[in-house]
Design a protein around this ligand. Structure first.
Ligand code: FAD
Length: 460
């Protein structure tokens, strides 16, 4: 049975979901072999390309992933786009089981007129730009305006606001790319509005990120006390994390700051604010029609209460002048292969506990399984559960019996198609190069952003 042989398992995607699933499989099965396929030349998904450069502690999970990748029963196969270079049916044929952990790479479109104007960007692309995602390296946002509007009130919105407003000298020792730091140094952005369709009780960011904003050097918060009227009574009923978050918002909006804080705020040259009950209606063009001059917001009110409350337009509108609009309405998964079921409404692969519905031997984990929310810890737990389901099926004899060729078969296919995968030791060479390039500037690394250069460094 497969039990006594080497189960050949394939994982698609090398973000937290891919690595935590692989880790679980290797730990709980003594012979399983896991190949992790990744479209980028480098591993770690959003840990490298999403997590903000000023949150280095979050990236420590890379050490655990590196341990997994160095196991002699695990191999990283970078530079392979599953769905293009190799299909899911081909992988299913070569392996006993396939786990899809390819994340959520698209962004939720704004869907309003004017969205195509220069000056309108997705937060996803902006994040990719400052984090060195190759496809976004030429984005170079125009930061010559004084006001930016971020649509959405989650942690990604706060990451983007923080990067826009942090004094550049505070980012110098992070792994932000040299090119984006150069653009941020020239930035004229003074005010950032973070706009939400609903109210203070529905914000999606967490208290740690809010606290960072409130304490951001050289900036002051602008919160309208009117938005918080009557909230004091309502918060008694909400669960504790949300209560603490709302209390912090409330204090910041309504309490007079102490002497020291008041002085700090008075000397601040930049500001940020939360705008509630506003939904984007149209991006307003400049008089020559060539760029963004503002955004028209529909005023909303809530129907229902709590997390489930819906924003409905009141009929009033408000125009907010700005030169930059960043839409941060969420990430979105896309279907990877016509043979894999996909729920386009929820943006996930339909599954029960990680088992893809109606496709034996196919599993999923991470954002493509749960939807694009939740921190790395959440992704870890759900990936362990997927790993567990897979091993149960293996033990229960539900996976194909008899040996499977694994990578040997795929290698032949890829080579015939002119695809040259990279290995984990290739990444370790690039890693060493990045670390060495960062050293002079006192940075943990200077990221390589050009795939051609990376391949050249690898002698390809
Ligand atoms: P991903 O990390 O996106 O990994 C998916 C991988 O699959 C990627 O490497 C991708 O290149 C690869 N892939 C995609 N398509 C293919 C294909 N066709 N073939 C092969 N490979 C493919 N969490 C925290 O705990 N702390 C934070 O500070 C934090 N900050 C964040 C900041 C941002 C901007 C974002 C977006 C998220 C942040 N998160 C943070 C959340 C965290 O990043 C996610 O929970 C986690 O990365 C989800 O893991 P995943 O493996 O499902 O997806």
């Amino acid at each position: 049975s497969t039990q006594e042989q080497t189960p050949q398992i394939c994982v698609v995607g090398s973000g937290p979901a891919g690595f935590y699933t692989a880790q679980h499989l290797l730990k709980h099965h003594t012979r399983a072999h896991v190949d992790i396929y990744e479209k980028q030349l480098v591993p770690f998904g959003l840990v490298r390309f999403g997590v903000a450069p000023d949150h280095p502690e979050v990236k420590n999970v890379i050490n655990t992933f590196t341990q997994t990748a160095r196991s002699d029963r695990c191999a990283f196969r970078g530079n392979v786009v599953v769905g293009r270079d190799v299909t899911v049916p081909e992988l299913r044929e070569a392996y006993h089981a396939v786990v899809l952990s390819y994340g959520a790479e698209d962004h939720q479109a704004l869907g309003v007129p004017g969205e195509e104007l220069p000056g309108v960007l997705s937060a996803r692309a902006f994040v990719g730009w400052y984090n060195g995602l190759p496809e976004n390296r030429e984005l170079v946002p125009d930061l010559s305006c004084d006001t930016a509007v971020i649509l959405g009130q989650g942690n990604v919105a706060l990451d983007v606001a923080r990067i826009l407003l942090t004094p550049p000298e505070h980012l110098e020792k992070t792994d932000i790319t040299a090119a984006s730091l150069g653009v941020l140094r020239q930035s004229r952005v003074k005010t950032v509005w973070i706009v939400g369709r609903r109210g203070p009780l529905q914000v999606a960011f967490t208290i740690k990120e809010l606290r960072e904003m409130i304490q951001l050097p050289g900036t002051r918060p602008i919160l309208d006390p009117v938005d918080f009227l009557g909230l004091q009574d309502k918060i008694k009923e909400v669960p504790r994390p949300r209560r603490r978050l709302t209390e912090l918002l409330l204090r910041t909006a309504t309490e007079k700051p102490g002497r020291e804080e008041a002085a700090r705020q008075a000397s601040a040259s930049r500001s940020w604010g939360l705008r509630f009950f506003r939904s984007p209606q149209q991006v307003l063009p400049s008089s020559d029609g060539q760029r963004t001059a503002g955004i028209r917001l529909a005023v909303t009110k809530l129907e229902g209460v709590g997390e489930a409350a819906r924003a409905v337009p009141t009929g009033d509108v408000e125009d907010l002048p700005c030169g930059l609009v960043l839409s941060s309405l969420g990430y979105k998964s896309h279907p990877i292969d016509p043979s894999v079921p996909f729920d386009s409404k929820l943006g996930v692969i339909p599954n029960t506990e990680g088992r893809v519905v109606a496709v034996p031997g196919l599993y999923c984990s991470g954002w493509v399984k749960r939807g694009p929310t939740g921190v790395i810890g959440t992704t870890m737990n759900d990936s362990f559960l997927t790993g567990q389901a897979l091993l149960q099926d293996l033990q229960g004899g539900l996976l194909p019996s008899g040996p499977r060729p694994g990578y040997t078969a795929i290698e032949a296919l890829l080579s015939g198609r002119g695809v040259q995968p990279v290995s984990f030791s290739d990444w370790e060479k690039l890693d060493a190069e990045e670390v060495s390039r960062g050293q002079g500037a006192g940075k943990p690394r200077e990221k390589l952003v050009d795939p051609q250069e990376m391949l050249w460094l690898l002698g390809r």
